[in-house]
Ligand binder design. Structure first.
Ligand SMILES: Nc1ncnc2c1ncn2[C@@H]1O[C@H](COP(=O)(O)OP(=O)(O)OP(=O)(O)O)[C@@H](O)[C@H]1O
Ligand SMILES: Nc1nc2c(ncn2[C@@H]2O[C@H](COP(=O)(O)O)[C@@H](O)[C@H]2O)c(=O)[nH]1
Length: 189
């Protein structure tokens, strides 16, 4: 296997998906593998974009069938990474890009070792993070739930290969672009 997996983690609302979407536009060969979740679909989302949406019962069935490499309860919903799709991608020398919470990211590193690159995205401040969640239209109960995880997520930052502060979006994208290009060049050698 000689593909690579680039994982972005960091607080909810820090801008992981904004950055990932821009990188996918710039590098169409990057592969995005949707995870499975029990959370409700949001406006603008459809089946497979950005998740496959299932009931808790279906999610439990998948756990029993060892469908996931890792799964995690995040903000009261379950999220799981499909095993076969990742092994397939690595065998086909693809570069995968995905956001996964810090626990799942570290579990992926255990599974795939040097084939995983971990990028931790940080906000300039927690106040700015709250502002982004409000501006995104998240409801207050959800924002409170998401902010409860901030300390846990931050405690895992030392285990990441790179840390990028997303204050000025263009600068953060440029730093992540460098990381992606470095990984892609490694694949082509
Ligand atoms: N540098 C930035 N400055 C201001 N707003 C930003 C910046 N980066 C992203 N945003 C905005 O912040 C909001 C949250 O971004 P995004 O949805 O990408 O976060 P996320 O980390 O993927 O969140 P989640 O983990 O909840 O999926 C969006 O409305 C996005 O447009
Ligand atoms: N452990 C995992 N975490 C995942 C996975 N897919 C996404 N996530 C993380 O969940 C939260 C919430 O996402 P949202 O789309 O509901 O706002 C976010 O931090 C994602 O990074 C996964 O497969 N496993």
């Amino acid at each position: 296997m000689s593909g690579k997996i680039i994982i972005f983690s960091g607080f909810s609302g820090v801008g992981k998906n904004t950055i990932i979407n821009e990188l996918r536009n710039r590098y169409p060969s990057l592969l995005y593998i949707p995870s499975m979740t029990t959370r409700a679909m949001r406006d603008g989302e459809t089946e497979g974009i950005p998740y496959f949406f299932v009931s808790k019962e279906e999610f439990k069935n998948r756990i029993a069938k060892q469908f996931f490499i890792e799964y995690e309860q995040v903000h009261e919903n379950w999220y799981g990474t499909p095993k076969d799709k990742y092994y397939e991608a690595l065998e086909q020398n693809k570069v995968v890009i995905k956001d996964i919470d810090v626990n799942g990211a570290l579990r992926m590193k255990q599974e795939f070792n040097g084939d995983v690159v971990l990028v931790y995205i940080e906000p300039p401040s927690v106040d700015e993070l709250k502002e982004r969640l409000v501006t995104r239209g998240d409801d207050m109960d959800d924002i409170i739930k998401r902010l409860k995880r901030v300390d846990h997520e931050a405690s895992k930052k030392p285990y990441f290969d790179y840390a990028v502060v997303n204050d000025d979006l263009e600068k953060a994208i440029a730093q992540c672009d460098d990381i992606v290009r470095h990984v892609m060049e490694g694949i082509m050698k």
